[in-house]
Design a binder for this molecule. Structure first.
Ligand code: NAP
Length: 251
């Protein structure tokens, strides 16, 4: 069923010549979104801050497969870096059609340094990229990767819950501000099989967490990417959130 749907997108090449930027896309959810955008014919800008080599490697691999994908090493919480990203895209293509605000990190620490980093990267980074993207998007889409924590705050992850609620509000605010020109939506993942989860949750905690999920497993990054493509292809949804969480929020 899933493969059939992906093939439909591939055959239609719905996103041919659309220019997309996926922040934080050298691994995990962002990388899965890049892959699906490429398969749908988009020209894709890949980004990360620390994993420069992985980004350059991904660019080479995608080019060998015939895709147009370009890596930009930049810290999305730096105003200078973000302006550089959009200057490059403007110079090379003169436009942007799709922004996916995906870059983010997770920590369970409760100190001020963690609070500041969360807000710089997961919050301010989304804001910065959005206001810069708006200048380049004539008509297009912005998708924010938020979290189930932004919808139902988790008492064990207070700082992460706070910043993801911020992202949920940006989605609604910018959807309203850009109405008629740019649809802005969120995809809120539940526990997804990426480095974030593997680094921060022990096997025991995960077994407990996943016991009540519909599939008894972590969400696959590709399942988040499917939801992103769905939102990109629908013009009538804006200011909304698709939760892809294996039923965690309802359990
Ligand atoms: N996995 C989950 O269960 C889950 C659940 C809810 C929400 N999310 C959200 O999904 C998004 C993707 O997470 P993931 O699970 O795919 O994590 P991941 O595998 O750790 O990937 C995160 C990506 O973001 C990049 N990044 C981090 N800080 C950056 C910065 N300052 N500037 C540019 N790029 C930066 C990372 O590269 P570098 O570190 O090399 O810079 C990496 O490419 C995040 O916003 C996360 O909060 C994930």
């Amino acid at each position: 069923m899933k493969e059939h749907l992906r093939c439909r997108f591939i055959t239609n090449m719905e996103l041919k010549n659309k220019v997309a930027l996926v922040t934080g896309s050298t691994r995990g959810i962002g990388k899965a979104i890049v892959e699906l955008l490429c398969k749908n014919g988009a020209i894709v800008y890949i980004n990360s801050f620390k994993s420069k080599e992985e980004g350059e490697k991904l660019q080479r691999e995608l080019a060998l497969r015939g895709f147009k994908a370009y890596y930009i090493n930049a810290n999305i919480s730096s105003e200078v870096d973000v302006k550089r990203i959009f200057d490059i895209i403007k110079k090379e293509y003169g436009k942007l059609d799709i922004l996916v605000n995906n870059a983010g990190f997770y920590s369970n620490n409760k100190d001020y340094e963690t609070y500041e980093s969360f807000h710089k990267v997961n919050g301010w980074g989304v804001y910065l990229c959005t206001i810069e993207a708006e200048k380049l998007i004539e008509k297009g889409k912005i998708i924010n990767i938020s979290s189930i924590y932004g919808i139902k705050p988790n008492p064990d992850s207070i700082l992460a819950s706070g910043v993801k609620a911020e992202v949920e509000n940006y989605t609604k605010l910018f959807a309203n501000k850009f109405k008629g020109r740019i649809e802005v939506n969120s995809v809120a993942p539940g526990y997804t099989n990426t480095k974030i989860v593997n680094d921060n949750f022990s096997e025991g905690v995960l077994i407990e967490l996943l016991r009540n999920t519909s599939q008894k497993r972590l969400v696959k990054p590709e399942e988040i990417a499917d939801a992103v493509i769905f939102l990109i292809e629908n013009d009538s949804i804006t200011g909304q959130t698709i939760v892809v969480d294996n039923g965690i929020l309802i359990s």
